[in-house]
Design a protein around this ligand. Structure first.
Ligand code: NAP
Length: 321
């Protein structure tokens, strides 16, 4: 079996930064991309707040990060890790393509994904249902759209959609927004932004041929159910961390975010994490990249300390050479 010093899972800013740092430390890291190169950054076109990257295009930033990691010796494989065994060392990973790899140190940068509404019709993604205004807003020029959610993302993306759509109706389950004051003020001042309070989406109506035609809404106070015609449904109801693979193997909080310490160490020695997979507070490309870099530095120091000493901290694990 192939055994690597460091395996990184995830290809967002955290994963690529971890690759860059581990690569520069001569560890010849292997990075599995998973399904989405760029992570949450792949859901946006512009990025104006990544210091040093004034060009501002998200695809360009992802590409640059990838190239820089590769330049310093990170091997990038477009494959999905489907199984991890943290009960033996080197840790063992299996992938969708059938590969099996051992990792002396593991860095988890699997990020988070948009939370789903879990209602019928949500499968019309690309046919009117979207989780990314910056990617899909352009297709709704002059049309009516519904935005679901009341947080910063819903309001910010809703305001962005007013550049294209004729009307943006925010459907929120309460009568108060969670979004910050500045965004709220901008939203309430914008003539195109309208609000449907105390209401949830029960179903998205339409078909794969013609796309979304309406949503079925329910007022949670009165229980009134009504159809609301719309061309698009943009869903911004938060995120869920991509930690399914590690359930029961690593400590997580109630929402499933990995718990790490200040050195980016998870509850299993030799396993580190960085980015949105543990951070639900900042969730920025720059903070994720910083955490990925920190995870790689910690992994490098840990390996340097353990190599030649037989990994004394992992005596509870099956040791394999
Ligand atoms: P969020 O703050 O968790 O807000 C999620 C919103 O969706 C809430 O309004 C919530 O309603 C609603 N919601 C959750 N589950 C729902 C469901 N099943 N059905 C209907 N509505 C549901 O998530 P976010 O807006 O994605 O923001 C996440 C983090 O990123 C936050 O820390 C935010 O500050 C940050 N962020 C910042 C900016 C910015 O500063 N410009 C932009 C985007 C994101 P309730 O209010 O009733 O809970």
């Amino acid at each position: 079996m192939e055994i690597r010093n460091v395996v990184i899972i995830g290809a967002g800013p955290a994963g690529f930064a971890a690759g860059l740092y581990a690569g520069r430390a001569q560890l010849e890291p292997l990075l599995f991309t998973g399904p989405e190169i760029g992570g949450q950054l792949s859901l946006t076109l512009d990025i104006e707040n990544y210091p040093g990257y004034a060009a501002g295009d998200a695809p360009g930033l992802i590409q640059t990060m990838r190239q820089q990691a590769e330049q310093f010796g990170t091997e990038i494989r477009e494959d999905l890790v489907t199984e991890v065994d943290l009960d033996r060392h080197p840790f063992r990973l299996k992938t969708a393509s059938g590969a099996e790899v051992g990792a002396k140190a593991l860095i988890i940068c699997t990020g988070s994904s948009p939370r789903k509404l879990n209602v019928p019709g949500e499968e019309l993604v690309g046919k009117g249902v979207s989780y990314c205004a910056t990617c899909d807003g352009f297709f709704f020029r002059g049309k009516r759209v519904v935005v679901v959610g009341g947080g910063d993302a819903a309001i910010e993306e809703g305001l962005f959609l007013t550049r294209f759509a004729s009307e943006v109706h925010v459907v929120h389950r309460r009568d108060q927004l969670r979004a910050n004051r500045t965004l709220q003020e901008r939203a309430f001042k914008n003539d195109k932004m309208k609000f449907i309070w105390n209401t949830v989406v029960e179903e998205i109506l339409g078909d794969p041929e013609k796309g979304v035609s309406a949503v079925r809404l329910r007022n949670v106070r009165t229980d009134e159910v009504f159809e609301f015609p719309t061309d698009g449904v943009f869903i911004f109801i938060g995120h869920v961390p991509n930690t399914e693979l590690f359930r029961g193997k690593l400590e997580m909080d109630a929402q499933g975010y990995l718990i790490v310490d200040r050195l980016q160490r998870t509850s299993r020695e030799g396993v580190f994490a960085g980015g949105d997979v543990h951070d639900h507070v900042f969730r920025q490309a720059i903070t994720a990249a910083g955490a990925g870099a920190a995870a790689a530095i910690s992994a490098e120091r840990w390996l340097a300390e353990m190599e030649g000493r037989g990994y004394p901290g992992l005596t509870d694990l099956v040791q394999e050479s």
